[in-house]
Design a protein around this ligand. Structure first.
Ligand SMILES: Cc1cc2nc3c(=O)[nH]c(=O)nc-3n(C[C@H](O)[C@H](O)[C@H](O)COP(=O)(O)OP(=O)(O)OC[C@H]3O[C@@H](n4cnc5c(N)ncnc54)[C@H](O)[C@@H]3O)c2cc1C
Length: 400
């Protein structure tokens, strides 16, 4: 029956209800592809915040999401890095200032709950997009199309499947894409704080021997905190009384924002890393944490995922315009090529920065200290680092 086939057969099936899945579905539907999103309901409120750089904000704007979260977002105008390792080799403080790049701000810090709620609402209302609640339970990838079966026995066919089903992806496993996994002896403790003094839209990252302790502005006199600790240290923080925790965090922040008052419950996230050895297989493309995971340092994770989505959108739009099969290996090879070096360089940079804090090895401490010294003193290098921090290749525009 032609009518029935229409509802079951899509250009793209996106799997995963996190930000990567929902943003992919909205991006591709907006570009005229018929899409289905298979997404389970969010398991729990997400108390985290996400710092997003300019390019990510542009994508959220393009899909009609940004205007709804802008009012609850805080501008990130400056980023301060302070060596608080207490080690013999002590790096000087570095301040990255968006005005040096003639930008109003580097980006914005948003509440994950706000982002998730708006994404859910937009997905439900988006033309060309059907949302199927629930999990995918199996997938088969054929020459002409892929077939997904959901846990409630619905069958979906699509020319291309985009896997955004997270670090333990069923789809990635089904096609046999290997991953390299590693772990860190660290846990991120995350919460939001009210404070006495204004943050002036400055994000401050203290580099401590257990990892970064980062305060990121929220609207008003509030900031979010990501405190990277050992597993035992995290446990100690999580079991403190509210007043003990507030005092301990103020001590670690050297009172730069005055007293602290908890504005949310603490959540913890063990740190881990993962890289998929390939980003594509027959009729399958991986985006977001299905393809890459690394520690929450320098606010790179979701920003990298949004560049996956943006590049995938461009590759598929081009293929559509040329009347190519969007799930063909020739088209997907274009996506794989575009994304490889960005993913590799971000993963390596975050890993190296994190390990340089943990190591007691003097030459590495020396290299980190020298890097911070030169970043503070040498304007062109500082500007290059700022641009590269926001998007790959952007730093080198200076030298063009
Ligand atoms: C403490 C912390 C702070 C962070 N801060 C920042 C920041 O400031 N800036 C930044 O850019 N990044 C940040 N990140 C990274 C960012 O949060 C992640 O990159 C992002 O949340 C990952 O989203 P995702 O959609 O790729 O994966 P997930 O959120 O893991 O989504 C996967 C989804 O797939 C679903 N799923 C799983 N299996 C199936 C199935 N079989 N069928 C259907 N659906 C399935 C899951 O239910 C889930 O909804 C931070 C991370 C942490 C831990």
């Amino acid at each position: 029956m032609p009518g029935k086939k229409q509802t079951d057969f899509f250009d793209v099936a996106v799997v995963g209800g996190g930000p990567s899945g929902r943003i992919t579905a909205l991006t591709l539907a907006k570009r005229g592809l018929s899409c289905v999103l298979v997404a389970p309901a969010a398991p729990r409120p997400d108390g985290r915040t996400t710092a997003l750089w300019q390019k990510s904000i542009s994508l959220l704007d393009e899909i009609g999401v940004w205007q709804s979260i802008r009012d609850n977002a805080a501008q990130l105008k400056k980023m301060r890095m302070i060596d608080d390792t207490g080690r013999l080799i002590h790096a000087p403080e570095v301040v990255f200032d968006s005005s040096e790049l003639e930008l109003e701000e580097f980006g914005f810090n948003i509440l994950n709950n706000d982002l998730n709620a708006v994404l859910e609402e937009r997905c439900a209302a988006q033309k060309n997009l059907t949302v199927v609640p629930g999990l995918v339970s199996s997938a088969a990838f054929g020459r002409e199309h892929a077939v997904l079966t959901t846990a409630n026995d619905k069958t979906i066919k699509a020319r291309l499947v985009v896997a955004a089903d997270g670090r333990n992806s069923l789809l990635r496993e089904t096609v046999g894409i290997d991953v390299k996994r590693w772990s860190y002896p660290q846990v991120a403790v995350v919460l939001n704080l009210e404070h006495r003094l204004p943050h002036h839209n400055v994000s401050t990252e203290f580099h401590t021997p257990t990892g970064p302790f980062t305060l990121v502005p929220l609207p008003g006199r509030q900031s979010s905190l990501v405190c990277v600790e050992t597993a035992e240290g995290a446990q100690r923080l999580l079991t403190m009384s509210t007043s003990e925790l507030e005092l301990e965090l103020e001590r670690r922040a050297h009172s730069i924002l005055g007293w602290f008052k908890l504005a949310s419950k603490a959540q913890s996230f063990p740190l881990a890393g993962l890289t998929a050895t390939r980003l594509t297989a027959d009729r399958l493309a991986l985006v977001g944490e299905t393809a890459h995971v690394f520690p929450p340092i320098g606010a790179q994770g979701l920003n990298l995922s949004l560049r996956d989505i943006s590049d995938l959108g461009n590759v598929l739009s081009k293929a559509l315009a040329r009347n190519q099969d969007i799930g063909s290996s020739a088209v997907l090879a274009g996506y794989e090529t575009r994304r490889r070096s960005d993913i590799r360089s971000r993963t390596n940079a975050v890993d190296a920065l994190n390990r340089s804090l943990l190591t007691g090895f003097l030459p590495v401490q020396l290299a980190r200290g020298a890097g911070m010294y030169f970043a503070g003193k040498v304007g062109p290098l500082r500007r290059l680092l700022m641009r590269e921090g926001m998007a790959p290749g952007a730093g080198f525009e200076l030298f063009r």
